[in-house]
Ligand binder design. Structure first.
Ligand code: 13P
Length: 250
């Protein structure tokens, strides 16, 4: 399976900054992209600009957030039809910042996953434990709950459209990545859950690692069993470091 390297730009860049970064990626990444798939997730206000800057290339466009309803009285929200309209093909669901800062629960994350699939958008379901949960020995229980709840009602024939991302909350933006051993343990657990849910179909689902991924640790993380790609925050904000991470994938 080809690794996927995804850059989550979070709440960074105005339109000019986003366009500049997308342009730098277009110039610096190998074309065609052979060894890896690459996706970027700019803020809403820059999606159309980045879509234009990426057109004709292999880097695909993702959105960081959306509301599961198609339209309606949801002030401040953005729907999947709106995202499709600007060229988005992937979406994040269950990112730790949405779970823990914006208080989205498992049931809402599940609605988002199902809604994305309904529109043929490819969801990346993010899961991961907080530091106190790891220290209390609850990592496996938290990850199992988030995976099972997030994927509830997704039929096995849609397994190929789903990506998982293990992002331990304590590793996000802290400079402290999970060790390959820690990542391997949780990724193996997620693989088992996917196979339990979807049988053979669960074996082909990518499981990304995210949390303080940098050019310096990306190669080792990508060599870790069951790590099928990376979800990159801070290091995706500069073309140079993101391109080095993509090159590490192949
Ligand atoms: P950092 O790479 O900045 O730790 O962020 C990870 C992340 O949250 C990607 O979604």
């Amino acid at each position: 399976m080809k690794p996927l390297v995804a850059g989550n730009w979070k709440m960074h860049f105005d339109r000019a900054g986003a366009r500049a970064l997308a342009g730098d990626l277009m110039r610096s990444l190998p074309a065609p992209l052979e060894a890896a798939e690459v996706a970027v997730f700019p803020p809403f206000t820059s999606l159309a600009e980045v879509a234009a800057a990426l057109s004709g290339g292999d880097v695909t466009l993702g959105a960081q957030n959306f509301h599961p309803e198609d339209s309606g009285a949801f002030t401040g929200e953005v729907s999947l039809p709106m995202l499709l309209d600007v060229g988005v093909t992937r979406v994040l669901a269950g990112h730790s910042e949405r779970r823990h800062v914006l208080l989205e629960d498992d049931a809402f994350v599940n609605r988002k996953v199902l809604a994305a699939l309904k529109h043929d958008l490819l969801p990346i379901l993010c899961v991961g434990e907080k530091l106190e949960e790891r220290e209390a020995g609850k990592t496996a229980a938290v990850v199992e709950r988030q995976v099972r709840a997030g994927l509830k009602g997704v039929p096995p024939e849609r397994a190929g459209d789903v990506t998982l991302a293990y992002e331990p909350v304590w590793a996000i933006g802290t400079g402290l990545n999970a060790t390959p051993k820690q990542a391997a343990e949780v990724h193996a657990q997620i693989r088992k859950l996917l196979v339990d849910l979807w049988k053979e179909g669960g074996r082909g689902v990518r499981i990304l690692y995210g949390g303080s991924v940098k050019p310096e640790n990306s190669r080792e993380l990508l060599k870790t069993p069951e790590v099928n790609g990376l979800l990159v925050g801070g290091a995706s904000l500069k073309a140079d470091s993101f391109v080095r991470i993509v090159r590490a994938a192949g």
